[in-house]
Ligand binder design. Structure first.
Ligand SMILES: O=P(O)(O)OC[C@@]1(O)O[C@H](CO)[C@@H](O)[C@@H]1O
Length: 329
């Protein structure tokens, strides 16, 4: 297990959290009644998962999230059971339920619901709560993650990142599309796209690791301090002020890649949030997560940094491999 900074408090923000229900089925037959071999429900949403991975390693984290309806109450209870401190902002709409259909050949079909529609007051209370919690807990990192629910505009993360940065709090951001682009100018310390999100952010497809390096440099030019990119089975890439680093880890079999990127980000921050040693920790956490069911986060016993290979040179010509879903996540 990586060296954790014992004084570190990671405050996560998940504006559109979820209950993640996973059904394990032999094969997905459209239009038929399917019987699940197994099912599980996990607390979900990207920031929630980062908090779970941080808590699983026995360290301090607080998850700030809007909570609504019986689903919101269950989400808070599940997080409490896992030892994650929650600061919930009550909202009128119900917390969403996202569904994963995991086939035995590794194919995963995911349905993410839209989630509640936050009104202006709920949005303001959420931002003020985040600021108050960051101050109260002397947060070392503010980790802003996931899609925005209806009612929060594309500038929402940008405003939050700027506010945190001016208060001296380091910010990690994992989102995509217009909210990511809008927030770059607020200079987040690190952004964590997967390959598809990186390609979307720069507006062109990525075929090789070299293309990903170039795209990451473009995001840095636009304002990101560092770019931690998860490139699916190909490996992970870190581009920061010191240069570019690339690392891989062996994976015996992929059970579910849901939340693997979130586990990686938790591992990255835990190991200091900068340079090659943090990348090694990110890769070790991501490799552990894909071998676990649903969006289960790895415990320290699952994480094997000694199995990670840090490349002496970034393999610029290496093609990006696609998973069975056709995505590079
Ligand atoms: O709809 P978003 O916010 O983009 O993603 C939500 C989600 O797919 O992300 C997590 C995995 O990273 C899951 O726990 C959750 O269901």
């Amino acid at each position: 297990m990586t060296d954790w900074n014992p004084r570190m408090t990671v405050l996560t923000v998940t504006p559109n959290p979820s209950l993640d229900r996973t059904y394990e089925i032999p094969v997905l037959g459209r239009g038929s009644v399917l019987r699940a071999d197994g099912d599980r429900v996990d607390p979900g949403g990207k920031g929630v998962n980062v908090s779970r991975a941080v808590a699983a390693a026995g360290h301090r984290t607080v998850a700030v999230l809007p909570l609504g309806g019986p689903e919101g109450a269950l989400l808070a209870q599940l997080l409490g059971d896992l030892g994650v401190e929650v600061t919930g902002v009550p909202v009128r709409g119900s917390t969403r339920v996202n569904i994963s259909l995991a086939e035995s050949d590794g194919t995963l079909t995911k349905i993410n619901a839209a989630g509640p529609d936050l009104d202006g007051d709920e949005s303001r209370v959420l931002v003020d709560t985040i600021a108050a919690e960051a101050h109260r807990h002397r947060a070392s990192w503010l980790v802003c993650c996931g899609s925005l629910p209806r009612g929060l505009d594309d500038q929402w993360y940008a405003t939050l990142v700027a506010r945190a940065r001016s208060a001296g709090v380091r910010v990690a951001l994992d989102t995509s599309g217009p909210p990511l682009r809008a927030a770059l100018a607020a200079r987040p310390d690190v952004v964590k796209p997967n390959a598809d999100e990186l390609a979307e952010a720069v507006g062109c497809p990525l075929a090789t690791v070299g293309d990903a390096v170039k795209a990451a440099e473009d995001l840095r030019t636009a304002g990101a301090g560092a770019v931690l990119a998860s490139l699916g089975a190909t490996g992970q890439l870190l581009v920061d002020a010191g240069g570019a680093y690339f690392a891989t880890a062996p994976v015996a079999s992929v059970r579910s890649d849901v939340g693997a990127g979130d586990a990686s980000l938790a591992g990255f921050l835990a190991a200091g949030g900068a340079r090659a040693e943090a990348l090694v920790s990110a890769v070790a956490h991501g490799a552990a997560a894909v071998q676990l069911p649903g969006s289960q986060m790895p415990s320290p016993d699952d994480v094997r940094p000694e199995a990670v290979t840090l490349a002496a040179h970034v393999p610029l010509d290496l093609p990006l491999s696609h998973n069975v879903n056709g995505a590079v996540r």
